[in-house]
Design a protein around this ligand. Structure first.
Ligand code: NDP
Length: 324
């Protein structure tokens, strides 16, 4: 990494979703003088959703972008230094850790909290963007409620799709589960549950060709059956995509322990990674729950873990400092 503009940081937070901002709020209140770099998509996944009804403390619901703007304001108010910038290279071989921002600036960080999140995979249809928050969603747990009593479709044949289809089946009149191959990827237990849920209809061998609507909301999905070479249109008001997520952790892969899918592994129900002083929270380490509230909770944990680490370092710097 070239020596450029260099700055020393006590607690560096990378990422600006619920996890990153919550870590910033707690770290600022603990006087850790955190600096948070937002990444490219300020506010993360929630800025791409519509109404949020399941975040405690908002009995009248709120909109995702508004909620993240409030997270930002609260972190700033607590004294966190919030900056727009993208971490593009890291060197975690020894402390202070080196993090390059936009290739222009180098930070020397005593501790790093990674809150870079995950990105849902999309089919790549233009209509997914057109109808995002207007009937198209990548999270049935978040948005299924808005389709109560209606007909919806979900694409994907893995455990996430199965779990979300079961969730939707409790709320919706009918759930079409669209699987591109002849069989599921989901576990046998989940498949068994799907097969025993009356209002779920599984359609195999189908490719989603388009999502249609009136410009304001979804009213159908166009399918191609690749076995029979026939086309089919389903009338649905909700369309859910559940074909997997990419954790945004590529930058850290030569340093941190990750699972096969790239989720960063944390230790013993904490946010500690395999490198002392580097913590991870939110969807970057959570393939399982992926909710705003769980991300925020783990952001709080990361700030507390970080505070304890810095305190321990003050008292016993040698024992903890040697990470090489
Ligand atoms: P997976 O990668 O397991 O499954 C993705 C599914 O989406 C597959 O059926 C795949 O089809 C399909 N798919 C991928 N791309 C497309 C596309 N372009 N068009 C149509 N379909 C597509 O992801 P999941 O998110 O389901 O699961 C991730 C991991 O998390 C897994 O290990 C899973 O077991 C685990 N998990 C466990 C849960 C639990 O235990 N309760 C709950 C949720 C997840 P194909 O099979 O043809 O490739």
């Amino acid at each position: 990494m070239d020596e450029k503009q260099i700055e020393k940081v006590n607690c560096l937070i990378i990422g600006s979703g619920p996890a990153g901002y919550t870590a910033a709020i707690y770290a600022a209140r603990a006087d850790l003088k955190p600096i948070l770099y937002t990444g490219l998509f300020i506010g993360g996944q929630l800025t791409k959703t519509g109404e949020v009804e399941n975040y405690p403390g908002y009995p009248d619901s709120t909109m995702g972008p508004e909620m993240m703007a409030n997270f930002h304001r609260q972190a700033a108010k607590m004294g966190a230094d919030l900056r727009i910038g993208y971490a593009n290279a890291v060197d975690f071989s020894k402390r202070p850790f080196r993090v390059s921002i936009d290739d222009k600036k180098e930070l020397l960080a005593d501790t790093v909290i990674i809150a870079t999140g995950a990105t849902p995979k999309w089919l790549g249809l233009e209509a997914e963007q057109t109808y995002a928050g207007k009937g198209v969603s990548a999270c049935a747990t978040c948005d299924g409620f808005f389709f109560k009593g209606q007909d919806v479709a979900i694409v994907g044949g893995g455990d996430t799709a199965a779990e979300e289809a079961l969730h939707l089946a409790k709320l919706c009149k009918k759930v079409y589960m669209l699987v591109r191959k002849t069989g599921f990827r989901a576990s046998k237990t989940m498949v068994h549950k799907i097969e025993n849920t009356e209002n779920i209809e599984v359609i195999f061998n189908v490719e989603v060709k388009n999502i249609v609507g009136d410009g304001r909301k979804v009213n159908g999905v166009c399918l191609r059956n690749n076995q029979t070479n026939t086309d089919l249109t389903l009338s649905v008001s909700g369309f859910f995509v559940a074909i997997g997520h990419h954790p945004n952790t590529e930058l850290f892969k030569s340093w941190l322990d990750m699972d096969k899918a790239g989720y960063i592994q944390t230790k013993n129900c904490s946010t500690a990674t395999n490198i002392p002083g580097i913590f991870c929270c939110g969807d970057a380490q959570d393939a399982n729950y992926r909710q705003a509230i769980t991300a925020a909770g783990s952001g709080c944990m990361a700030a507390i873990d970080c505070e304890r680490f810095l305190l321990a370092m003050e008292h016993s710097p040698i024992a903890i400092a040697d990470v090489s």
